[in-house]
Design a protein around this ligand. Structure first.
Ligand SMILES: C[S@@+](CC[C@H](N)C(=O)[O-])C[C@H]1O[C@@H](n2cnc3c(N)ncnc32)[C@H](O)[C@@H]1O
Length: 183
């Protein structure tokens, strides 16, 4: 009896705590708030995560140069770029096409670019990776995605787009995915 009262009380507390979020969602302003706040939260988390994963990421990205075009140029599409925490691992001269549906990451991308002058951003696509129609078929050498496929609506559609935009040269599939959350 006492335990069930406690459960009801806990449920009530959770419902009361969630009430402001429900209200904001009902009024249609929850999503815009999340989109504004999330980049700030991610900036803090990804700086911790990148330090912890530094060696693994360095190794994972170490062969990117192998996928350069015969002229030596390397065009890299990063889906779900977020704050641009991976820029530090890309080879010098690399041209990046950023992709993220949240436009509020732009100032974090600019900051990462200022800290990593060895790379250039060609353009930033504000769109879900399920629809990359602005990127021509067979136009990028490498696609990178870290901690993204877990939050897309359709991983299958993202993979179709990835295979469409990749320039395949018989070197294996130049896709670097990471779904590791280990700290
Ligand atoms: C956990 S963060 C990872 C950011 C970055 N890749 C990193 O490793 O620090 C997930 C990112 O995926 C983006 N995202 C969510 N849905 C997406 C989609 N459908 N297509 C592309 N990016 C998406 C989010 O806006 C966010 O920037």
């Amino acid at each position: 009896m006492e335990a069930s009262c406690l459960v009801v009380l806990l449920r009530l507390c959770v419902q009361i705590l969630c009430l402001p979020a429900y209200l904001l969602w009902y009024l249609g302003i929850w999503d815009p708030i999340c989109k504004k706040v999330f980049p700030h939260v991610l900036a803090v988390l990804s700086s911790i995560y990148s330090k912890r994963m530094y060696d693994k990421k360095k190794e994972m990205f170490s062969n990117l140069k192998d996928f350069s075009s015969p002229t030596g140029a390397l065009t890299l599409l990063e889906i779900g770029t977020g704050t641009g925490s991976n820029f530090q691992f890309y080879p010098a001269g690399c041209k990046i096409i950023c992709n993220d549906p949240n436009p509020n990451f732009q100032k974090f991308i600019d900051k990462s670019l200022a800290e990593n002058p060895h790379v250039q951003v060609e353009h930033c696509l504000v769109a879900p990776a399920e629809d990359l129609h602005q990127v021509p078929a067979a136009s990028v050498d490498v696609v990178v995605s870290t901690l993204v496929l877990c939050c897309v609506k359709s991983p299958e559609q993202v993979m179709k787009e990835v295979l469409r935009v990749l320039r395949l040269r018989g070197l294996g599939i130049p896709v670097r995915f990471s779904l590791s959350f280990s700290f």
